[in-house]
Design a protein around this ligand. Structure first.
Ligand code: AMP
Length: 541
């Protein structure tokens, strides 16, 4: 008997055919006085009625700046109440929100401002780590710059005008999220109301969430984990969203769990590890938790077990997806046997088709590895201004090719086996080596460079660069890192730099990264020890 093919389809469920702005109006009607948003570090609490009213004020403020429906509004900020208000305010004013990673530095920010034609940018002047105002000075700023936590925000609200009437529908693009590109620059993923709202709804259904839930979101809002798995799941259920801090802090998160009594906790595995290992862990109560979502990187078995046992999180689940798929494609259920939750990334979400294909694009038999593909409402509209890259990712039948590898079991559950793409995941942040290589090649003393990821017990993987200096140039590891510091995001800066005269090559002259990785992993003990030590001392999650 032949083995069935690796194809499965999640349960059919009605999809929402409304806009995010309409969904907010609905939530405000249904859950008016229930808490919608708690921002711990700003000591702010909003009910759904408050959130709806404030979003309208922001929409009017944006209209008052002269922004017209379809214009793009960038938010380059860490988590804050204004981030969420801008998410809903832009949707209500018919604008497109562009998420800009707060870790971006001048090189990346200039690119995104230009590429996405941002007309207004919202940012903090500075925070503990970063002088954003200084970085912006090295770029060409857009027409409107509004400073968060500053009178210019209040001025924008005070200058509000009527929101222009505009035709809007579920299929309109409402958000652009950037992903690191395989081609050297980040790519803007175009996402519609229908993509985002329904992904939130499908996640909520698998979590079994409703308005009595409270979701603790220590992940960044600029990323789909915050602004979809967080915001959209909250919006489609009426569950409150709790933001513990501006950036991730293990202590702020476990304090927020203790004080705000969430029922659901999110995080990438690295965050859960930091929370479990925090010296003050035993002083806090986790009794309110029933579930959680771990996503973004493979979850080690012992971490899953500790979360279940020590964090009172019996129903913790694993979600898998990517920005291009809005993001969640597969997820385990809260009541699935634990083994299934540890060994797999779950099964296809509602209204989602999943298949596994070989290099020729044929669906492979169950039990065989191949590339994970997804189809349905969740597939992005495309990459912004990049039809070529879009056509390479979404085939004519509407299948999104994820670049991730997996094996489908006979029950439709999928084991994640790796990435077809050459990507590094460091503490949940994705890094395309090509992007870092292209940047380092702009250093005047660098003749050539190749970047790889090597395993790290805390961050999952760390970045290692092999640099060939130009003849007669003396380079230092510190010098290379200083060159990166104000120009690229901290998580892309190599933890270790090795200077070489040549690279291991294939017969056709291609660099053998597998061999570079082997040398790093199996090289002399002193070398490996120094890499691990440097990663531990420099890592800042
Ligand atoms: P992003 O577009 O930033 O959401 O990153 C998506 C990528 O993260 C995917 O293509 C996967 O390579 C990886 N990823 C996401 N979820 C998981 C998971 N549960 N297990 C392993 N890798 C994951």
């Amino acid at each position: 008997m032949s083995v069935p093919l690796s194809y499965s389809k999640g349960p059919a469920a009605p999809l929402l055919e409304i806009t995010i702005a309409e969904a907010l109006t609905d939530a405000a009607t249904r859950y008016a006085d229930r808490e919608a948003l708690v921002v711990c570090h700003q000591q702010i609490r909003l009910t759904w009625a408050d959130l709806d009213r404030e979003a309208t004020r922001v929409a009017r403020g944006l209209a008052g700046l002269g922004l017209a429906p379809g214009d793009r509004v960038g938010v380059w900020a860490t988590n804050c109440v204004e981030w969420v208000l801008l998410q809903y305010g832009t949707a209500r004013a018919g604008l497109v929100l562009v998420n800009v990673n707060p870790a971006y530095r001048s090189h990346e920010l200039s690119f995104v401002l230009r590429q996405s034609r941002i007309r207004a940018l919202f940012l903090h002047a500075a925070d503990r780590r970063t002088d954003y105002r200084k970085i912006l000075r090295d770029c060409t700023p857009p027409g409107h710059v509004v400073w968060l936590g500053d009178p210019s925000w209040e001025r924008m609200l005070a200058g509000g005008s009527a929101i222009p009437a505009f035709p809007s529908g579920p299929h309109d693009v409402v958000n652009i999220q950037y992903t690191s590109g395989t081609t050297g620059s980040p790519k803007g993923v175009l996402l519609t109301n229908r993509n985002l709202l329904n992904n939130g709804l499908m996640i909520a259904q698998r979590l079994g969430a409703d308005e009595r839930d409270r979701i603790c979101v220590p992940v960044p809002m600029y990323h789909c984990f915050g602004c979809v798995i967080g915001s959209m799941t909250s919006l489609t259920t009426g569950a409150a969203m709790i933001l513990p801090g501006a950036t991730f802090s293990a202590l702020a998160t476990i304090e927020a769990v203790h004080r705000e009594k969430p029922t659901v906790l999110y995080g990438v595995p690295t965050m859960f590890i930091a929370e479990l290992d925090h010296p003050a862990f035993d002083q806090f109560s986790f009794d309110s938790l029933r579930s959680g979502i771990m996503a973004g990187a493979p979850c080690p078995r012992d971490v899953m077990n500790r979360v279940r046992e020590k964090m009172h999180c019996a129903g913790v689940t694993i979600a898998y997806g990517q920005t291009e798929s809005s993001p969640v494609v597969t997820m385990s259920g809260t009541a699935d046997p634990v083994d299934l939750r540890v060994a797999t990334i779950g099964s296809a979400m509602g209204n989602t088709e999943v298949k596994i294909v070989n290099g020729a694009g044929e669906t492979v038999p169950q039990g065989e590895a191949g590339e994970i593909c997804a189809r349905g409402y969740l597939v992005m509209k495309g990459y912004d201004e990049d039809p070529e890259a879009t056509a390479k990712t979404i085939d004519p039948e509407g299948w999104l090719h994820t670049g991730d590898l997996g094996v489908m079991r006979d029950d439709g559950y999928i084991t994640f086996t790796g990435r077809a793409k050459d990507m590094i995941i460091r503490g949940g942040e994705n890094i395309y080596p090509r992007e870092v290589e292209d940047f380092l090649r702009t250093h005047p003393g660098v003749a050539d460079v190749y970047v790889i990821g090597i395993p790290d017990h805390r961050l999952g993987e760390i970045v290692v660069a092999w640099v060939k200096p130009r003849v007669g140039v003396e380079l230092t590891e510190g010098g290379i890192r200083d060159f990166c510091r104000d120009q690229i995001a901290y998580f892309k800066i190599p933890q270790h730099v090795r200077f070489v005269d040549s690279f291991p090559l294939t017969v056709t002259g291609k660099v053998r990264k597998v061999e570079m990785r082997r040398i790093e992993m199996e090289g002399p003990d002193e070398l490996r020890a120094s890499i691990i030590e440097s990663s531990a001392s420099r890592a800042g999650c």
